[in-house]
Design a binder for this molecule. Structure first.
Ligand code: B12
Ligand code: SF4
Length: 510
């Protein structure tokens, strides 16, 4: 058994399946210029994308060893005719937001006479929309890939492989990172857990990954990190958890102590992840997370309106002082990024100013505000379908593009206009730079989170030119730098990074 298969004990798939040559092209479709693409900020550090596609890399690690595999992430490189000529089969993954690019890739591969195997969140939630795909290997590949490979070997591969079960992620292999050109990415990506104990009406996580939090063993995580480190990655790592703190006992007792031990003697490896707001209730957990290297968490705050929180089932966020919660996390030494939504049935036009005020007071610099969309597979989609309130066009999958597939209760023009006002206001230079200062005043530096390389130094000079000389808000930029140098000198790299985000976000929503 290879090292990769032995992690976590049992082998996920029989990797002798299909011995003989097979050239597999794993293709990750392009993201448009979205909020999360970080495209305009990444240019400053000469990176092409935020992180590589973990789903495809995990699938690659489960394919027969004898097969030749190549990864084409269209976000960092072109898919060429030569790539397609080399391949026998194309494996495609993606989120709804990558729909157009995925269709283009599928069409080109079909023109080349190639078989298409598709999986991942978009295909799982929208399988009927892709009649041209030969094999839909849906849900978690830990469960559905092996039956597909078995049938393929026997010459009777079916069109759809799906399951209602959730995988034991102790069986997930170490992703095939050797296929990745790490220099092109700002961050690497791993996953400690899947699933979320909560039940928000608009969210597809529980449908896709379940209510229980499924966790990798600490040993398994450390093996993954060791491999990344050995391959030369000593930078930031994002963990794609739905809600890392779903099982606090495991975190405190196993994972975080193991990460603290692993970090000894290493510098520059900061973790980011997604959690729920109840992190703020647990000082011990926050302290352990900081010591383990967590620098940033994304939290779905959604709205300061109690009725809207109740409407969408986000009961966890009700009856709390959400601004104080955010500040407690910042004071512990963790930056909070927040997700916000407008367009709930109970929203009135006063919500726009209330969202602006909340975001500003909380010092959440990276605030992703979206219009509520109904994603297939969610309870919201089902409810609105029954109420006849779904538009014909599907959800774009980008909730920050100002488009919705919902027939809203609020007058649509008022909603659009209010949404645009939020985005314009919070990312206007004066408000954005002021928010960075509000955040930095609160934030407690517990460790230096980035290892500065040449590109970071160059990015500082590039920012002098673009933000300090050419961009709107140049005066505020210089004021922020001076303020930081005198008041929080250790925070200078962070201040510049946050300033660059302010350069990206307005461009990403036009
Ligand atoms: C990390 C992450 C991100 C990263 C993306 C990093 C990257 N390079 O892909 C960031 C932070 C940028 C991001 C952003 C967004 N994300 Co996101 N993200 C995730 C998250 C938390 C983890 C993804 C991951 O790596 N998982 C680990 C791998 C192993 O799982 P996986 O990709 O699902 O792959 C497994 C299976 O799906 C399957 N599989 C996957 N691909 C393939 C391919 C084949 C051929 C086969 C056979 C099988 C297969 O096998 C794998 C092993 O089981 C997921 C939630 C989750 N738990 O997965 C949401 C998730 C993917 N994101 C989602 C969304 C909506 C978004 C945003 C649109 C959010 C927003 N509102 O703006 C943005 C859009 C991205 C953009 N650039 O604009 C949705 C997608 C829903 C959908 N139907 O498309 C998810 C599922 C969360 C949710 N709310 O439901 N995201
Ligand atoms: S807490 Fe977050 S991940 Fe969990 S169901 Fe709600 S929105 Fe989805």
């Amino acid at each position: 058994m290879s090292k990769r298969e032995s992690v976590g004990g049992r082998s996920t798939v029989d990797r002798s399946v299909g011995k003989g040559s097979m050239n597999v092209l794993l293709v990750y479709p392009e993201f448009s210029d979205t909020f999360w693409s970080f495209k305009y900020a990444l240019r400053f550090i000469r990176k092409r994308a935020f992180s590589p596609p973990l789903g495809l890399l995990t699938v690659a690690a489960m394919l027969p060893e004898a097969w030749d595999k190549r990864l084409i992430d269209v976000n960092i490189t072109n898919l060429t005719d030569q790539d397609l000529a080399w391949a026998d089969m194309v494996f495609v993954s993606g989120m709804a937001i990558q729909r157009d690019s995925a269709r283009e890739i599928i069409a080109r591969a079909k023109d080349g006479g190639l078989k298409i195997v598709a999986g991942g969140p978009m295909f799982t939630t929208e399988q009927d929309s892709f009649p041209e795909v030969d094999h839909l290997v849906l849900n978690e590949a830990e469960l559905t890939l092996q039956p597909f490979l078995d049938d393929l070997k026997a010459g009777r591969a079916k069109r759809v492989y799906s399951t209602t079960e959730f995988a034991d992620i102790h069986q997930s292999p170490i992703p095939a990172w050797e296929l990745v050109d790490m220099r092109k990415y700002a961050s690497m990506i791993i996953q400690f857990s899947r699933g979320c104990p909560f039940n928000c009406e608009f969210c597809s996580v529980t449908e896709l990954f379940g209510h229980g939090t499924r966790l990798k063993s600490a040993e398994q995580v450390i093996a993954e990190l060791d491999e990344l480190y050995a391959l030369g990655w000593h930078g930031p790592i994002f963990s794609g958890d739905d809600n890392l703190i779903g099982s606090k006992a495991y975190l405190k007792g196993e994972l975080l102590p193991a990460l603290i031990a692993w970090q000894k003697g290493k510098r520059g490896i900061g973790f980011g992840t997604e959690v729920s707001i109840n992190l703020a209730d647990d000082p011990e957990l926050m302290d352990l997370m900081v010591r383990a290297g967590f620098t940033t968490v994304f939290i779905g705050i959604e709205t300061p309106d109690q009725d809207a929180l109740t409407e969408c089932g986000k009961n966890l966020n009700t009856n709390r002082d959400l601004v104080a919660d955010v500040k407690r996390i910042q004071q512990a030494g963790i930056q909070v990024q927040g997700g916000f939504i407008v367009g709930f049935d109970s929203d009135t036009p006063s919500i726009f100013q209330r969202q602006i005020d909340f975001i500003q007071q909380s010092g959440i610099v990276t605030a992703m505000v979206g219009l509520l969309q109904a994603i297939p597979g969610t309870k919201l989609f089902e409810r609105l379908g029954q109420e006849g309130r779904l538009q014909e066009d599907p959800a774009t999958g980008d909730n920050a593009d100002g488009v919705t597939n919902i027939v809203s209760k609020m007058d649509p023009e008022t909603l659009q206009e209010g949404y645009r006002r939020i985005m314009k206001t919070i990312y206007s230079p004066s408000v954005h730079y002021q928010r960075i200062r509000i955040f930095l005043r609160e934030f407690k530096f517990r460790r230096l989170e980035t290892r500065l390389d040449v590109q970071h130094i160059l990015a500082l000079f590039r920012s002098f030119y673009h933000l300090g000389l050419r961009n709107r808000g140049r005066l505020q930029y210089w004021r922020l730098l001076l303020w930081t140098i005198f008041r929080k000198p250790k925070a200078l790299p962070m201040a510049v990074t946050l300033a660059l985000y302010g350069y990206h976000f307005p461009r990403s929503f036009g």
